[in-house]
Design a protein. Sequence first.
Length: 244
Amino acid sequence: DPGVCARYYLGLTHWLLGRPDQALAMERDAVRLAERLKHPLSLLIALYFLAIVQYERGERAAGALVAERAIALSDAGYPAWRDDLVPLLYDARGDALSMDDLRGIERQLTETQSTRWRRVLAERILASLYARAGRPEEGLRLLDALVGDAGLSTPEIHRLRGELSIQADPGAADRAEGCFRAALEDARARRERSFELRAAMSWCRLSRRRGDDREARGALAAIYSSFDEGLSTADLVAARLLLD
C-alpha cells in the first residue's frame, strides 16, 4: 500500500537524520495503517521497518517481539523477508550461537533473493554476531566482502570494521581510528546524524584508551548537542555518559 510504504520509509529516514522519536512514531503509524487495511505483505514490511528502527534505537527486546511477528507472517509465503530478519532476531535475543549456527545464517542469506540494502543490513548485524561469538575475523571477512557503496549502512560498515579490527588485534588502533574517521566523514556527508553519533562514540572510546581524546570528544560533543529528541535512547544515553 502506498500509504504504508511512505510511512515506513519516512520513519527510517527520520532515524537516519537523528530524529529517533519521530522515527518510532512513524513506523508504528505504518503498522497501524497496514493492520487497518488487512494487507499481509504491507503489514509484514511495516513490521520489518519497525523492528529495524527499534533495533537501531537500542530497544532490542521490543524489536525481537516485532521480528517474531514479522517472521510468522513471512512463513506464509514471503521467505526472503524471513531470512533478512533472522540476524536481527538473534541479536535482539542475545542468543549464544555456535559457528555452525552463524555460518548457517550466512549461507541462507546468500541463497535468498533480497534487495541489496536489506541484505547489507542483515550482514552487518551478522558481523556483530560473529564478534559477540568471539570471532571478529569472521565478521571482518563478511564486511570486507561488501565492496563499494553499502547503501544505507555505509557509515556503520566503516565503524564496525574499526570495532572488529581492534577486537581481533588490539594493536590495530591506527587502522581502527581510520575506520572511525571514515565513518564520521561519510555520515556527515549524508547528514545521517544517528550514524555520525555512533562513529564519534567509537572514536572517543578508542582515543580515550590511547590517552588523548580531545579531538574525538569535541566531535562527539558537537553531534550530541544537535539532538533535541530521543535523549533516552541507548546511543544518546551512552554518548552522554562518555561526555560526563
